[in-house]
Design a binder for this molecule. Structure first.
Ligand code: PAP
Length: 394
């Protein structure tokens, strides 16, 4: 009996040491995440509405996944699985906002979930086509708006504005988010031209995409203060209550030292900026603030860049204004689909559609950051951009 009690006592002591150690070491969270998230979740968090969105996705436009782009059981082969598991336990890690841990892969921060497998797959297997169009961005820089505008522009002769798919489908479900999509879909089955999106850094896009002289990349950036605030508030809505809360001050410190999803933010922007300087015909570089100020000019430019310029008749008929109205913050937020549906880029997390819209304003960060925070981030921005010839929009 005494031996049994001693054993129980010993077990409890070992457990408490393990838990205390775990709370202090990020690798523990990696292991927990592995256990929680890497156990073939079989779309465990995906509600029926997401399945409906996937079906809709398969019924639309030229650059959208068609029925042939079957959802496949798993695209991840043994080699990628092994690479994934090795990397997530050996790469440098730090704190994350949505998931508690981020890992640093080739200079950029990823969550150790299936998106990271997607990035490995993108590099290993993705074959660019000369007709591919990539919409690239760091998170919270205007991706949702850019997706809506590009989808509406590319498909303008296909859909009536009164019955447009964007009235019933969120922009994120109108095109594959490659980083996640590639893990369980056949990207080869997508018809051309493929309209794809990615949050990955330029250096981590598939080699064939970077090297193809013809496939196009549209990149959008936004001033870092608004990006940080938008990201923090968005992430706090998604952070699971089981993980300890993270204050805005702490998240700000992480952002300033470059630790943020897909970041460091400045390196993300500058990677695309440098690539754009080298290949201006391949990369269109947009700034959220400038687009907000003069959206007509930018949508015209976008259409020209994509090889679908608006005709004089279209301009006269007000097609650009119709597209802008359809994709506007007010219109999109008023739709039923934006209030009720969910997007599940990855099986692990389903995101309420309403979460993608907050204020859609330029400069809202001044209502959230202290003057000291603003000064600190402005200083970092100045240092990072020195000598690059690049400036953020205001
Ligand atoms: P994502 O990375 O999660 O896709 P993304 O769309 O890049 O997010 O950025 C979200 C920001 O774009 C939000 O900014 P805010 O937090 O400062 O408000 C969101 O409100 C804004 N946004 C979303 N849709 C539009 C739109 N149609 N027009 C303008 N801004 C928009």
């Amino acid at each position: 009996m005494t031996t049994v009690l001693m054993l129980i006592g010993l077990r409890k002591t070992i457990m408490s040491i393990f838990i205390t150690w775990g709370a202090l070491h990020l690798n523990f969270y990696k292991l927990v995440l592995l256990l929680l998230l890497n156990t073939k979740p079989a779309h465990r968090f995906i509600p029926t509405k997401v399945a409906t969105a996937i079906t809709l996705l398969s019924q639309m436009g030229p650059s959208l996944p068609s029925q042939q782009s079957n959802i496949i059981e798993e695209n991840v082969n043994e080699k990628i699985n092994q690479q994934f598991e090795e990397l997530i336990t050996t790469l440098p890690s730090d704190k994350g906002l949505i998931v508690p841990t981020l890992i640093n892969y080739k200079g950029f921060w990823y969550p150790p979930i299936s998106i990271f497998k997607g990035v490995l797959l993108m590099q290993d297997q993705f074959k660019a086509r000369s007709t591919d169009i990539f919409l690239c961005s760091a998170p919270k820089t205007g991706t949702t708006w850019l997706k809506a505008l590009t989808f509406a522009t590319m498909n303008r002769s296909k859909f009536e504005f009164a019955t447009h798919p964007l009235l019933t489908t969120v922009p994120h479900n109108c095109m594959p988010y490659l980083d996640a999509y590639i893990t369980d879909h056949d990207v080869e089955a997508l018809p051309s031209p493929r309209l794809l999106s990615s949050h990955s850094a330029y250096s981590l896009l598939p080699k064939s995409t970077r090297e193809s002289p013809d496939c196009k990349i549209v990149y959008i950036c936004r001033n870092p203060k608004d990006v940080f605030v938008s990201d923090y508030l968005f992430s706090m809505k998604l952070r699971a209550p089981m993980f300890p809360p993270i204050s805005m001050e702490e998240a700000f410190d992480l952002f300033c030292k470059g630790v943020c999803l897909y970041g460091p933010y400045f390196e993300h922007v500058l990677g695309y900026w440098k690539a754009r300087l080298e290949s201006p015909e391949k990369i269109l570089f947009l700034k959220y603030e400038e687009m907000r100020r003069d959206p007509v000019k930018h949508v015209k430019h976008l259409a020209e860049f994509l090889g679908k310029p608006f005709s004089a008749e279209e301009e006269k008929a007000g097609v650009i204004e119709e597209i802008l109205k359809l994709c506007s913050f007010d219109k999109l937020t008023s739709l039923e689909v934006s209030k009720t549906g969910k997007v599940a880029f990855v099986p692990e997390i389903a995101i309420g559609n309403e979460t993608f819209y907050r204020k859609g304003k330029v400069g809202d960060s001044k209502n959230h950051l202290t003057p000291e925070m603003i000064e600190r981030l402005d200083k970092i921005t100045e240092e990072k951009l020195k000598g690059t010839g690049f400036a953020f929009g205001e």
